[in-house]
Ligand binder design. Structure first.
Ligand SMILES: Nc1ncnc2c1ncn2[C@@H]1O[C@H](COP(=O)(O)OP(=O)(O)O)[C@@H](O)[C@H]1O
Ligand SMILES: [Mg+2]
Length: 234
């Protein structure tokens, strides 16, 4: 199994009661697939994604990547997983506002053994690939939302991760920029990148993913394999 969660729980204490943000979730992502996690606001999508990406630690349960438990890893090993295996994009882009597009992308390579010169070259070439060749020295405030998300995407993939986690990456974008980001994700996926996309847009998930996990109240409510669907439609 590539990436999976086993009986994953994430509980928050709020005053005297406990919020079960994630409640006994066992799920998996296969290598090379385009998986969507769909659910309404507050259903636990971000909580699940952050646990799978090693950004957060569960209350109980396990996340396994290539058979190794993230929770069993040392802090150092878990940082290595985040730095090398995982790329992330967020709804709000999360770019550093006083850095240029190029500098933002370069930050992703600080954990690798790349020289400053190499970093600059790799970052520039990634931005060029995403159609931002003439935006290298722009700061986020001088870029459109779609451009900012492409910079964030460049930052996420410049280190050549195995998995891309995208948390509502098109939530702040208009129709045109949404289509552009989604087709970039699809083309990255065709090149072998595993994609886990969180969205509340079921139609988008239906159209573009191989498989959908639906969440409700911190639990998986349904799983949908798009291919088996096609098989039963005819
Ligand atoms: N740091 C936190 N402290 C307390 N409650 C939280 C925290 N993060 C998330 N929650 C709660 O957990 C539930 C799931 O949140 P989240 O995973 O962000 O949902 P989604 O991404 O599907 O909108 C919500 O009820 C939310 O309020
Ligand atoms: Mg969320």
């Amino acid at each position: 199994m590539y990436l999976r969660s086993i009986n994953l729980c994430r509980h928050y204490k709020r005053g005297t009661y406990i919020v079960k943000a994630l409640d006994d979730v066992s799920a998996e992502a296969h290598r090379g697939e385009f998986l969507s996690i769909v659910g309404s606001s507050g259903s636990g999508k971000t909580t699940l994604l952050n646990l799978l990406a090693g950004l957060d630690t569960p209350t109980s349960g396990v996340v396994e990547f290539n058979g190794a438990s993230l929770t069993g890893m040392s802090r150092r090993e878990r940082s290595a997983y985040r730095a090398h295996k995982v790329g992330m994009v967020f709804q709000s882009f999360n770019l550093i506002s006083h850095y240029t597009a190029l500098q933002n992308v370069e930050t992703a390579l600080l954990f690798n053994d790349t020289s400053p010169k190499q970093r600059k070259m790799l970052a520039a070439s990634m931005l060029e690939q995403l159609g931002l060749a003439d935006r290298l020295t722009h700061r986020p405030a001088d870029l459109s939302g779609g451009e900012q998300q492409r910079v964030a995407l460049a930052r996420a993939i410049v280190k050549k991760p195995e998995i891309l986690f995208a948390d509502e990456p098109t939530g702040n974008l208009d129709f045109e920029n949404t289509s552009q980001i989604i087709s970039l994700l699809k083309s990255l996926n065709s090149d072998g990148l595993t994609i886990v996309l969180v969205t509340h847009n079921l139609e988008m998930a239906n159209t573009h993913s191989h498989r959908i996990i639906k969440m409700r109240w911190g639990k998986i409510s349904e799983e949908d394999d798009m291919h088996s669907h096609e098989g039963t439609k005819q």
